[in-house]
Structure formats: C-alpha cells, structure tokens
Write a protein that binds this ligand. Structure first.
Ligand SMILES: [Fe+2]
Length: 338
C-alpha cells in the first residue's frame, strides 16, 4: 500500500519537477542522472532509464513516434543546454575547418535547437548575443559556400522541427542565396539582411505554445500573432548590433499580409501607406517569409506547391519590382531543380 501511495505522490509531483526540451536536444546529452519521460495520454512515461546516455536509436524512435518534446529533471536539462551552447560556439567558430557540408548541417541544426532556448528565455542577453554571433558566422560561411545552399535548405526542411523554429532559418537561407545570386548587394548588406530575416520572428517567444497549431483562434489570439513583429522589435532594440533600418524591417515584416488576404479573398490590390515607404529589401525579406510559409505544411492545412506560391508572390511583387520578380523565378527554378 505504501508503495502505491508513494508512487501516486511521486507521479503527481513529477510535473513540478520536470522541464521540457526538444527531442533533438537529447543528442547533446551525456550521462543522464534521471530518466527521460514523454507525456503520453496525460501521463509522464519514462522512455530512457536513469544513469544512461541516450542512444541514437532511442532518439530516432522518439522522433518517429512524433514526440516533439521530452521531459527531464532540471539538473539534466541544465547540463544538456550547456552542452548545446558549447557545441554551437565550437561549430560556428570553425565552420570552414573540415567538411563544409557536414559542418554546415550541424551548425544549422544546433542554431535551430538553440533558437528554441531563446524563445524560452528571450530576455537573457548572453543567449541572444550568442545566437546573433553564431548566426553571423553562419552567414559568412554560407556566402563562401554557395553550392551547398540548396542541400542545407533541403536537410533542414526534412528535420522534424516545428515551423516556428525551422521557418526563420529556411526563409533566411533562401533570401541570402537569392541576394548573392543577384549581385545587387554587398556581402555586408547580405549578412545584415540575413540577420534581420532570421531574427524577425523572435517575438514568437511572447505567444503561448498551444496557440501555434490551433485551427481556430479567438480575436484576441489573432491580435497576439499580429503583434509578434512589434514584440520582435521590442525584444531586439538596443540589444543587438543591427541598424535602425534593419530593426524597422523587422517591425514591419508583415506589411504585405493585408495584400495577401485581399488576393486570397479575390479583392482588388490596394497599396497602403506602409507599403509605399517600404523598399526592395523589406519586400524581399517579407516575400521569402511568405513563400516559405505558404509552401510548407501546417497541422491545420497543406502547403501550396512552389508554382502556386509564386503565383501569389507575382501579384504582390511583379508590379513594383518586375525585374527582381523575374530574377526570383529563375533563381527558385535553379535552387529547387533537384
Ligand atoms: Fe513573422
């Protein structure tokens, strides 16, 4: 009887002691002190025993079982987070040493995992600066390894990251690759636009997790989503070395959304005040964000094909930037040819 009561009390105290991490972060674990749990049908079920190092097979099984998160004791979580931070610093400082394809994939994956930590702790300066510096190093490396862009994009797309984590990197990689192809921008400006695009959704950290995959949102929740660009601006202003111009691109990165809504509902295109003051750079940051969002699946809808996505982009871009739109079509054809 005592055993049953103990087990009952233990079980009901578990949620207070456990913290969640992404399944992929288990790759950073060394020997764990306590078990790893999944939340299954409302109960915490141990899946990896205490005192062990999670194996690749165990982690892959969890990913295949569609578990996004696992739950661990605080002590183990802290050790994994610290391993992740050191691994990220190490790889993004030495991306060009060794096999660039392997390093790039690893760096991109670690950055994406670390972005989740930033969403959990958006006010932690060291975490933000580390993410900024690592992303900046990655942008330089990407500029030096043009041939690997589509491979990196494809590999990240195949990882089972939630869209809030994958989309910033996917849209920014595509943007960087396009900007480099056009030869219209200096490398420094491409780097800055890459950083701008990558950090534009940091305001997602202010939105509760359960809202992302909801099919129907209340008006209040919808407003919360609309405000994420302002949240991003508020979180980044004065904390990272990006110019006012770039921060303003972040603040306004959804300036084309009303347009899209008008197109989808068959209304005529109306140019708003905001749009008139936004330039080519802002348009491109927004366009790649929209393109990646439209062409990827969500829990509540299927993604469009690239062709369908481009039809929408054409309507919001081709009048003001006909040459750039043509260049975009040619670029995407080449980027996704395999
Ligand atoms: Fe956004």
């Amino acid at each position: 009887m005592t055993l049953v009561i103990d087990s009952y009390i233990h079980h009901h105290k578990l949620p207070l002691k456990l913290k969640s991490i992404l399944v992929g972060e288990l790759f950073l674990a060394r020997k764990l002190k306590y078990p790893v749990y999944v939340l299954s049908e409302g109960l915490f079920t141990p899946v990896i025993g205490e005192g062990s190092v999670p194996t690749k097979e165990q982690i892959t099984t969890l990913i295949k079982g569609l578990y996004r998160e696992v739950f661990l004791y605080q002590e183990d979580v802290e050790s994994i987070k610290s391993n992740l931070e050191s691994a990220l610093i190490k790889i993004t400082r030495s991306l060009s040493v060794g096999d660039p394809a392997e390093n790039g994939n690893k760096g991109i994956k670690l950055l994406t995992l670390n972005l989740n930590n930033l969403y959990d702790n958006p006010h932690r300066d060291e975490l933000l600066i580390q993410q900024f510096q690592s992303t900046q190093n990655l942008s330089k490396f990407l500029l030096e390894n043009k041939k690997l862009h589509s491979q990196f994009f494809k590999n990240l797309g195949q990882e089972s990251f939630h869209f809030t984590l994958a989309q910033p990197m996917l849209s920014s990689m595509l943007l960087l690759s396009f900007l480099q192809t056009t030869h219209l921008f200096h490398e420094r400006e491409i780097e800055n636009l890459f950083m701008t695009s990558y950090l534009k959704d940091i305001g997602f950290s202010m939105i509760p997790d359960d809202k992302y995959d909801a099919k129907n949102l209340s008006e209040k929740d919808r407003q919360l989503f609309t405000n994420h660009a302002d949240f991003s601006f508020g979180l980044l202003e004065g904390r990272i070395p990006l110019s006012k111009t770039h921060l303003n691109i972040i603040k306004n990165h959804h300036f084309l959304n009303d347009h899209i809504k008008a197109i989808i509902s068959g209304q005529k295109r109306i140019q708003t005040q905001d749009e008139m003051i936004m330039g080519l750079e802002s348009t491109l940051v927004a366009v790649f964000d929209i393109l990646v969002a439209m062409t990827s699946d969500r829990p509540y809808r299927q993604g469009l094909t690239l062709y369908q996505g481009l039809e929408v982009i054409k309507k919001i871009m081709a009048d003001d930037y006909p040459q750039e739109f043509k260049a975009l079509v040619a670029f995407l054809r080449h980027f996704f040819k395999n």
